[in-house]
Design a protein around this ligand. Structure first.
Ligand SMILES: [Zn+2]
Length: 87
C-alpha cells in the first residue's frame, strides 16, 4: 500500500490530488509550468496519474479536473477500469 501524497509536500504546482474511485490510484492536477512539466502555453494544466506517470494536458482547469475523476487517458488505469466494468 502507498500512502496518500499530500498537496504542498514536495509537489510543486499541485492544485488538487484525488483518488480514483475505480482504480484506487492517485491522480494529481498540476499547473504545468510550476510542476516543471513540459508546458505548452495553450495547455497550462496537466493531469498526472501518480501511480503510472501518465500525463495529459488541458487548456482549462475544469477539463484537467474532469480528467482526474476519470483517468481513462492512462493506459494502466484504463485497463483496470475496463476490467472492473466487465461483469
Ligand atoms: Zn494510471
Amino acid at each position: 500500500m502507498t500512502s496518500a501524497p499530500k498537496p504542498g509536500a514536495g509537489y510543486a504546482g499541485l492544485v488538487e490530488m484525488r483518488k480514483c474511485r475505480v482504480t484506487k490510484d492517485y491522480i494529481g492536477v498540476y499547473r504545468s509550468a510550476e510542476a516543471g512539466l513540459e508546458a505548452d502555453p495553450d495547455l497550462p494544466w496537466s493531469t498526472v496519474c501518480e501511480s503510472h506517470s501518465y500525463i495529459v494536458s488541458h487548456s482549462t482547469l475544469a477539463n484537467a479536473r474532469a480528467a482526474a475523476s476519470y483517468p481513462d487517458w492512462c493506459e494502466e488505469c484504463s485497463a483496470k477500469m475496463n476490467t472492473k466494468e466487465t461483469p
